[in-house]
Design a protein around this ligand. Structure first.
Ligand code: 4AZ
Length: 209
């Protein structure tokens, strides 16, 4: 898990490539303006590894509706574990971990300096549509959250990973924090990019970065 200087999260897809949300990026191309912070929970820690971006690739066809993924090529590799992404839909179920430095309540607009994490259950598209209707791009997005609210991702968590363990006990990324109506409201799940749907596009884009 990494922090991005514009106030988003991300995950190390390769030692020198970060997977994040397209809506955190200003577009594709050479970009040396992003500072990626890795290796620490506390952003103010003196142990923080800080690496600049070199290039950004936003998902082909991204227009603000679905396809909310992007890759950042780093100026140098970060010697930390990468997070494997889901390549099939089989892990799009169960309970997920979400994590980030984002707001701890809706409207706070401050974020946190220490990384926080929480668990949220999968919410079926049919149930998620009770709130979002056709604003949910079912094939490209995945919902998660508690019906009773109270625990969720929020502003500043965008781009960060939603993950779980696979059948071999290894962490696997199933989602990217994308959007939602407010934060932690009852009956309003968080919406995440469905990573498995884009796994081959992501692999291809990373190889070409
Ligand atoms: C945001 O503004 C945001 N509750 C991210 C996630 C959620 C809502 C808003 C999900 O970046």
């Amino acid at each position: 898990m990494v922090h991005l200087s514009m106030g988003c999260g991300g995950a190390l897809y390769k030692k020198d490539v970060v997977l994040t949300a397209a809506h955190c990026m200003s577009g594709s191309g050479n970009n040396t303006s992003i500072t990626v912070t890795a290796g620490v929970n506390d952003l103010n820690s003196s142990a923080a590894i800080k690496v600049k971006s070199k290039k950004v690739k936003v998902a082909p066809g991204y227009n603000g509706n679905g396809k909310d993924w992007a890759l950042i090529k780093l100026a140098r590799p970060i010697d930390k574990p990468t997070l494997k992404i889901a390549t099939t839909a089989q892990y799009n179920r169960g309970t997920f971990t979400i994590a980030g430095w984002g707001d701890t309540e809706e409207g706070a607009n401050t974020g946190t300096t220490k990384l926080r994490k929480a668990s949220v259950p999968f919410v079926a598209d049919r149930v998620c549509k009770r709130h979002y209707g056709n604003r949910l791009v079912s094939k490209e997005e995945l919902c998660a959250g508690w019906q009773s609210g109270g625990i969720d991702t929020c502003q500043g968590d965008s781009g960060g990973p939603m993950f779980r363990k696979d059948d071999a006990g290894k962490f696997i990324q199933v989602g990217i924090v994308s959007w939602g109506d407010g934060c932690a409201r009852a009956g309003v799940p968080g919406v995440y990019t469905e990573v498995s749907h884009f796994a081959s596009d992501i692999a291809r884009a990373a190889a070409a970065l």
